[in-house]
Design a protein around this ligand. Sequence first.
Ligand SMILES: NC(=O)c1ccc[n+]([C@@H]2O[C@H](COP(=O)([O-])OP(=O)(O)OC[C@H]3O[C@@H](n4cnc5c(N)ncnc54)[C@H](OP(=O)(O)O)[C@@H]3O)[C@@H](O)[C@H]2O)c1
Length: 290
Amino acid sequence: MTNDLSTARPDTFLLGGDLPVRRLGFGAMRLPTGTFQGPPRDPGTGVAVLRRAVELGVNHIDTAWFYRRGTVVANELIRKALAPYRDGLVIATKVGPLLAADGVPRGEAGPGELRRLVEENLDTLGLDRLDLVYLRVGGMGGPGGEPVGERFAALAALRDEGLIRHLGVSNVDAAQLAEARAIAPVAAVQNSFHVHDRDDPLLAVCEQSGIAYVPFFPLGGGHRPIDAARVERVAARHGASAAQVALAWLLSASPALLAIPGTGSLAHLEENMDAARLRLTEDDLAVLTG
Ligand SMILES: NC(=O)c1ccc[n+]([C@@H]2O[C@H](COP(=O)([O-])OP(=O)(O)OC[C@H]3O[C@@H](n4cnc5c(N)ncnc54)[C@H](OP(=O)(O)O)[C@@H]3O)[C@@H](O)[C@H]2O)c1
């Protein structure tokens, strides 16, 4: 089976050629804390958000072992909320960043440290094999262009061992993606991208190559407002929220794009999932990108 990218806005994408995922998924980074250095959130709410997300049809959850604040750990919430995992639920995780003593991701793992990080994900999620593991490189300022080959080859070896099903890369440029693809198939790219940050040339590369493009900060990351006048104008036309318009715009940007909005709020989750019903017109798209 292959992806048919000719349909205007398909609801599903075949990740890695064999895992059908709904294009509107869920990002788990906001469950332990709402901001990068904020206080821990209530774990009970996190469990409720995850269960409701799956009830609403999410079958693609994006996480990382380092999504944690104090004792509230995203992977442990996922396991508590959803294990034993239902068939067809795809959990994607990422390795690369190390965790500093203050609990904030800082510094990068070398190739020899990646096995430990993969095993930590397997342990905390309670899995024998991870569906999708991204090699996450560089800082928060966008791709840094550094070589990824040695680290990606280390992950490819873990894939060959059976610990990982598919590999991805995150926060990369075209040369880094090409370097990884020369080593092993890349099933997904996770870069920063949203309605006001649309310049990533890798979206087109992914679409042409059958690779999922999974933007992080799909709602601007909570610190780059997506509720600018253009978005508000389109939202008002549809009686929708700015977040819903931002998500609908992403889903219309490419059939290879998988949205993973992050929230620790049940109300925001319901609102975000409802965005799947919003169909933007050509005129809306012109307003948003004009
Ligand atoms: N690869 C990487 O480097 C990387 C980096 C960052 C994130 N990620 C992944 O990408 C996912 C998405 O990114 P993200 O969570 O950082 O950012 P995001 O989805 O762009 O935005 C999340 C922020 O928006 C708020 N929000 C969510 N829904 C809302 C709504 N309907 N109305 C108003 N505000 C809303 C959230 O607050 P509330 O929680 O209060 O709703 C949170 O502050 C993450 O969860 C994570 O899985 C990956």
